[in-house]
Design a protein around this ligand. Structure first.
Ligand code: ATP
Length: 891
């Protein structure tokens, strides 16, 4: 069946549909019949793969080899402990990774593309997966075509079909029947194919094929979803853990040789070396990083920022500049017309919001708008050159479409114009929709046997096309722009309105014709309207927050320079002296000049997406870590070029979302700020876990070496070291990944992105703590031996000392500078619970007979307990002193 060869009527018949679309009931029936409109089945999470993945680590191989050798040595208890350790480790890792994977998937599902369809005769947003053959779909710029569609109405529609045809230039489309036979897909100009991108214009069409039956589905049978890319941080950590692993292995080898030299048996030394290796290798670290990232991602989602690429989580934490759009992100995007200029008089408009209530004043006094036809003309053009609507729901005025346009409907209604009546009197025949790049919108109307073109748009743009004003005078552009400027100083967003009567009986309008502007076809200027779009209060707060966090906020807007500046001041981005750089000025600059400018300019106005890309590039040359927002099709290059591209979830196009690293579900600047905060916390938490794991690992090797130096037996048997490793480490390191973030997280400058996990502070502290813990353990061990305890009891004391050292070290790790006495015990309930659990487990280890038998422990005395607690507490005292000194140095 060649859909392109038959008329829309025949298609309606064949697909049993109409231009009003399907009913919901029928659509549901068809969905069952044809299946969901998607290309690949979502791959199920492979549990087995995740579980097996837990074993795929050099660190685990070492354990398994050790286990096997231990069996050969007939040490069956130790062998079972080692294998238990491997399995428990895998189980913990499995659950953590599975949960992380699940939450990342859940977020992905929140980002399924939407499609605009007509169902039951009204416009609806549905997910594109619910589309069925026969649905009537609306296409507009920026979306990916959701199915194969036969076009039935098009307005300046251009589609990028490179994904299908390889042709990089967008193709112009139409809706007329094509009679030729055997056309390639590229030549089927009245069809839109799934997966291609609408670059500009609008269209309406019938879905003819969905899912795997589409052209794209047929060639893409084998397309698989891209594998989730790992965050660089995960790679870094895995490398770091492996490096530490090698270091530890070499240390253990030395330990083994040293042991043999001082006369220990090969078997004992082998077991000890293996156990020390196991204890010191931070095999938990990679899992913890995955967990910390997943915790960050889900906390960000709670604050309306959906991470699409994991690397964004860590990069956000070191962001130094945020380049943000204005309308809707920094401002509320709730427009209300405040002033009207009709070419002679200025009117103020009362009222707020979308309720059409409020007087129109001239010189402070209400006027009867009906008596002022120039005023009415301006308002009528605003009302009719419009694609949006205002409606009442539960007694509240709501809008559908673009807030700028809705505001124009409301101002017209305040003057007594009725949208329905006006639309009836001035029937719309054709439309050129608004596109930021073009700067204006135009419509063609029929009225009492005549035809009119109505135009609205940015004043500079509209005035370029005008030759006269509505009083018949030649256009005085200077005067009108001066007027517009005066309004803009109040932060108002200005639109200009123009019209022209057309003699010919045309049915279509084109940009070329409208922009001609000669004596015959020039437009007549009707007037201006200025609307406020108040700053979001939470954006003002967030900008303040960014300042104290050392992050610069830059506004990059399509709006007028004067408006942008005024709003910038209200938001606190700029002050009276700040310079604004406009797109025109930027155009004349070389990259080198722009490079010097970007350091000082905080507001860019009337910029196009290409300018945005240049700004991002120059900021990056300064070494800044740049986050930038965008919503349009052409914003994609800038979003990709930035370290973090942020797309708008509500107003953003599919193309912008696909190019982004993060999507804001509420389009709100404040959400970016929250995400930065979470990004910083994630990194901090990974550091905390590292600072917890590394010193305790170092201490387990050091204490064995120390014992050898003092010629006393080794303070633990291998099974005991494994116990420490499993019970205390595994519980607490994961708990630390859930730390809520410190007070200073938003008052310190961004982290240097080059800085690794181990900062100088952490290395120094690791040495101090590692030495202290090992000394403490050996001290308690020798002490017990000297007070005539059995070797078993002395070892139980040593292990318990280690456990409590770790216990306190976990608290120490909660902050690099802050005293632990200033951090609430309950602010991380996971840590609190993990400590309680570890204590109970340790009591069982000492007092439960079966565990005594497995781990060769013996009950210890009150005196032993005193020693253990006193010695272990020293790590708090020492680290507290270190923190205090560093706080003083920092000041
Ligand atoms: P930002 O990039 O901060 O979101 P913006 O939304 O203000 O900026 P644009 O939407 O490109 O930028 O608007 C630029 C100008 O185009 C506005 O100042 C206004 O004069 C005009 N304009 C905006 N919306 C419309 C519309 N629907 N119809 C006609 N003109 C419009």
């Amino acid at each position: 069946m060649n859909w392109y060869q038959i008329s829309s009527k025949e298609i309606y018949q064949k697909l049993n549909t109409s231009e009003k679309g399907l009913t919901t009931e029928e659509a549901q029936k068809r969905l069952k019949q044809y299946g969901a409109n998607r290309l690949t089945e979502e791959e199920k999470i492979n549990r087995l793969k995740i579980f097996l993945h837990q074993f795929a680590s050099p660190l685990i191989y070492i354990l398994i080899i050790a286990g096997v050798v231990t069996i050969l040595l007939k040490e069956y208890i130790d062998a079972s402990v080692i294998f238990a350790a491997v399995i428990i480790n895998a189980i913990i890792g499995y659950f953590q990774e599975y949960k992380a994977e699940q939450s990342v998937r859940a977020l992905k599902r929140m980002l399924v593309p939407k499609a605009k369809v007509l169902r039951d005769g009204v416009e609806r947003d549905i997910t594109s997966e619910e589309l069925v053959p026969g649905d009537i779909v609306l296409l507009y710029s920026g979306i990916r075509v959701p199915a194969d569609i036969r076009l039935i109405h098009t307005v300046e529609l251009k589609i990028d079909e490179s994904i299908l045809t390889g042709e990089s230039l967008p193709v112009e489309k139409h809706h007329h029947v094509i009679k030729e036979e055997n056309l390639t897909h590229g030549d089927q100009k009245n069809m839109a194919f799934m997966g291609t991108i609408v670059v500009s214009g609008r269209a309406k069409g019938v879905v003819v094929e969905t899912g795997m039956n589409t052209v794209f589905g047929k060639i893409a049978k084998h397309i698989k979803e891209a594998e989730t890319v790992k965050a660089p941080l995960q790679d870094k950590i895995t490398k770091f853990a492996n490096a530490i692993g090698i270091l530890v292995l070499s240390a253990c080898l030395l330990l083994f040789i040293a042991g043999l030299i001082i006369g220990e048996s090969i078997k004992d030394m082998f077991m000890t070396a293996v156990a020390a290796a196991v204890a010191a290798i931070p095999e938990g670290l990679p899992v913890v990083v995955t967990v910390a990232l997943a915790v960050g991602v889900s906390r960000m989602a709670k604050h309306n920022a959906i991470v699409r690429k994991l690397h964004a989580v860590e990069t956000l934490g070191s962001t130094t500049v945020i380049g943000s759009d204005k309308t809707g992100t920094l401002t509320k995007n709730e427009m209300t017309v405040k002033v009207i200029y009709d070419g002679k008089d200025v009117y103020e408009v009362e009222g707020s919001g979308y309720e059409p209530k409020g007087n129109i004043l001239h010189n402070g006094l209400p006027v009867n708008p009906k008596e002022r036809h120039h005023l009415i003309d301006v308002l009528r053009i605003g009302l009719l050159c419009n694609e949006s609507s205002v409606y009442v729901e539960n007694g509240e005025y709501k809008i559908q479409g673009d807030p700028t346009e809705a505001a124009l409907i409301v101002s017209a209604m305040k003057a007594g114009l009725s949208p329905e009546e006006e639309k009836e009197r001035y029937r719309q025949i054709a439309i050129i929709p608004f596109e930021s790049e073009r700067g204006y919108m135009a419509t063609l109307h029929r009225h009492k046997g005549k035809r009119y073109i109505f135009v609205k748009g940015a004043p500079e743009k509209v005035l370029e096309m005008c030759i006269k004003d509505s009083f018949g005078n030649e256009i005085d552009r200077g005067k009108i722009l001066y007027m517009a400027n005066e309004f803009a100083k109040r932060g108002l967003r200005i639109l200009a309105f123009a019209y022209r009567e057309i003699k010919e009986e045309i049915e279509e309008i084109t940009c070329k014709e409208i922009e001609k502007c000669d004596t015959v076809s020039g437009l007549i200027f009707a007037g201006l309207q200025g609307m406020i779009d108040p700053p979001r209060p939470e954006a003002i707060e967030a900008i303040k927050g960014c300042k104290s966090a050392g992050i610069r906020v830059v506004m990059i807007t399509g709006d007028h320079a004067v408006t942008a500046k005024a709003i910038g001041e209200m938001l606190g981005i700029s002050d009276g002296k700040s310079k604004v750089l406009t797109g025109k000025e930027l155009e004349r600059m070389s990259d080198e000049e722009l490079f010097h400018k970007v350091k000082e300019v905080s507001i860019y106005a009337r910029v196009s997406p290409e300018h945005k890309l240049r700004i991002v590039k120059q900021l990056k040359r300064h070494g800044e870590i740049v986050a930038v927002t965008g919503d349009g099709v052409n914003d994609a290059p800038a979003l990709k070029a930035a370290h973090i591209g942020i797309a708008m979830g509500k107003s953003g196009t599919d193309v912008a979302k696909e190019a982004s690293d993060m999507v804001l579900t509420d389009d709100n600047f404040a959400s970016i700020f929250h995400a930065v905060r979470e990004g910083r916390i994630v990194f901090d938490n990974i550091r905390k876990v590292t600072f917890f794991l590394i010193p305790t690992g170092v201490a387990s090797i050091l204490s064995i070496i120390l014992a050898m130096l003092f010629s006393v037996p080794i303070p633990y048997v291998p099974a005991q070291i494994l116990w420490i490793n499993l019970v205390t480490n595994a519980l607490q390191d994961i708990a630390l990944a859930f730390e809520p973030g410190e007070k200073g997280v938003l008052t310190s400058p961004p982290r240097d992105p080059k800085e690794g996990i181990m900062s100088r502070l952490l290395i120094e502290r690791t040495i101090i703590v590692g030495a202290l813990i090992s000394a403490g353990i050996v001290f308690n061990f020798i002490n017990a031996l000297e007070s005539d305890a059995s070797l078993e009891r002395a070892r139980t004391v040593a292990v318990t000392t280690m456990v409590f050292f770790q216990f306190f070290q976990a608290w120490n790790s909660r902050s690099e500078y802050e005293s632990i006495f200033k951090i609430s015990l309950l602010s991380n309930p996971f840590l609190f619970l993990s400590l309680i659990a570890a204590t109970i487990a340790q009591l069982a280890f000492i007092y439960v007979p079966t565990l005594q038998w497995i781990f060769r422990t013996e009950p210890i005395s009150i005196k032993d307990w005193q020693n253990i607690l006193l010695v272990a507490l020293s790590v708090i005292i020492v680290v507290e002193i270190d923190k205090w000194l560093r706080r003083r140095w920092r000041k």
